[in-house]
Design a protein around this ligand. Structure first.
Ligand SMILES: NC(=O)C1=CN([C@@H]2O[C@H](COP(=O)(O)OP(=O)(O)OC[C@H]3O[C@@H](n4cnc5c(N)ncnc54)[C@H](OP(=O)(O)O)[C@@H]3O)[C@@H](O)[C@H]2O)C=CC1
Ligand SMILES: O=C(O)[C@@H]1CCC=N1
Length: 272
C-alpha cells in the first residue's frame, strides 16, 4: 500500500464508495481527506471512516499527493479553475467524471498536469467494484501504478487504450449497476403484485442475482448463453420467461441502452 496523501474533491456517492474501499482494505484514514461545500456528508465520512475533511478545495489539494476529482461533470470546470492557483507539478490528478476528455483538464487548471481518468462504480464500497483506467501519453508507469493500487482497493480494474474505451467501461460497468438494480426492482414489484411480501421477494431476487454473478465469475469457460441454457429446461418454465424477454427484444433494448449511455458520454465531452 502506498503512503500517498489522497484528497477527494467532492464527498458524494462515488467518493464515499472509493473511500470505503480504501479504508476497508487498510489504507490509513489519516492519509485521506475529502472536501465538500456542505458539511453533512463530510461529518458522516469522518464518523464512518475517521478521515480528514475540509471545505477548502485548494488548501486540501495543496496538502495532497493525489487529487481525486469527484464532482459532477457540469461543475468540473468551475471547480478546477478555482484550484488553478495550486502548483500541481508534483501531483497526480485522477478524475472519475464521466464524459470530460483528459486533455480538457489542462485548460481548466491552466498549467501542465499529470492526469489519469478512472471510471469506477459504486460496488467499490463493498470491495466488489469494477473500474476502467485511461492514462494519456505523459503519464509514467509509477503514476499508473499509484492509480491502479488506489482503484483496486475497491475491486477489479482494467486499463483501456483510449477514451472511447472508457465510454464502453461506463456502459458496461460504471452505469450498469443501475441496470441490474432496475431489473431487481421490476422482479420485486411483480412478485409483490402477485402476493409475496416485498422483503421476501427481494431476498429471493437478490440472492438469485448474486448466485448468477458468481456462476459467471467462477465458470469463465462457459458463456453467459450456455449458463442460461443450463437453467432452461425444454418445454419448462424458464423457456417461457426467456421467450417473453426475447419477444420484447431484451437484447436489442440492452444494446440500445448501452449505445445511448455512450452517446450521452460523448455529448458530455462536447458540453463540459
Ligand atoms: N455515482 C456513480 O455511480 C458514479 C459516478 N461517477 C462520477 O463521479 C462524479 C461524482 O458523482 P457522484 O458521487 O454520483 O455525485 P454526487 O452528487 O453524489 O457527489 C458530488 C459531490 O460534489 C460536491 N460538490 C459540489 N460542488 C462542489 C465544490 N465546489 N467543491 C467540492 N465539492 C463539491 C457535492 O456537494 P453537495 O451535494 O453538498 O452540493 C456532492 O457531495 C461524477 O463526475 C460522475 O460522473 C463515475 C462513476 C460512477
Ligand atoms: O450516471 C452517471 O453519469 C455516472 C457515471 C457512471 C455512473 N454514474
Amino acid at each position: 500500500m502506498t503512503s500517498n496523501k489522497i484528497c477527494f474533491i467532492g464527498a458524494g456517492n462515488m467518493s464515499r464508495s472509493i473511500i470505503s474501499g480504501l479504508v476497508n482494505s487498510g489504507y490509513q484514514p489519516e492519509l485521506i481527506e475529502a472536501t465538500n461545500p456542505s458539511t453533512p456528508k463530510l461529518d458522516a465520512l469522518k464518523a464512518d471512516f475517521a478521515i480528514n475533511t475540509s471545505s477548502d478545495n485548494s488548501a486540501a489539494a495543496a496538502r495532497a499527493d493525489v487529487i481525486i476529482l469527484s464532482v459532477k461533470p457540469q461543475l468540473m470546470q468551475q471547480v478546477c479553475e478555482a484550484m488553478s492557483g495550486v502548483d500541481f507539478s508534483n501531483k497526480l490528478i485522477i478524475t472519475i467524471a464521466a464524459g470530460i476528455p483528459a486533455a480538457r483538464y489542462q485548460d481548466y487548471f491552466g498549467q501542465p498536469i499529470q492526469l489519469i481518468r478512472v471510471m469506477p462504480n459504486t460496488p467499490m464500497q463493498i470491495g466488489a467494484g469494477m473500474s476502467g483506467l485511461y492514462a494519456p501519453a505523459n503519464i509514467n508507469d509509477e503514476q499508473k501504478a499509484i492509480a491502479e493500487v488506489i482503484v483496486k482497493t475497491g475491486g477489479d480494474a482494467v486499463w483501456v487504450d483510449d477514451e472511447h474505451g472508457l465510454n464502453l467501461v461506463i456502459a458496461l460497468a460504471g452505469s450498469s449497476p443501475a441496470y441490474f438494480f432496475l431489473f431487481v426492482e421490476g422482479m420485486v414489484d411483480a412478485a409483490t403484485q402477485m402476493g409475496m411480501d416485498a422483503e421476501k421477494a427481494r431476498q429471493l431476487a437478490q440472492q438469485a442475482a448474486f448466485g448468477a454473478a458468481r456462476m459467471l465469475i467462477e465458470n469463465p469457460q462457459l458463456s453467459a448463453a450456455q449458463l442460461r441454457q443450463n437453467v432452461t429446461s425444454k418445454g419448462g418454465t424458464t423457456h417461457e420467461a426467456v421467450e417473453t424477454f426475447k419477444q420484447g427484444d431484451l437484447p436489442g433494448l440492452t444494446a440500445k441502452a448501452m449505445a445511448n449511455c455512450i452517446a450521452r458520454a460523448e455529448e458530455m465531452a462536447k458540453q463540459f
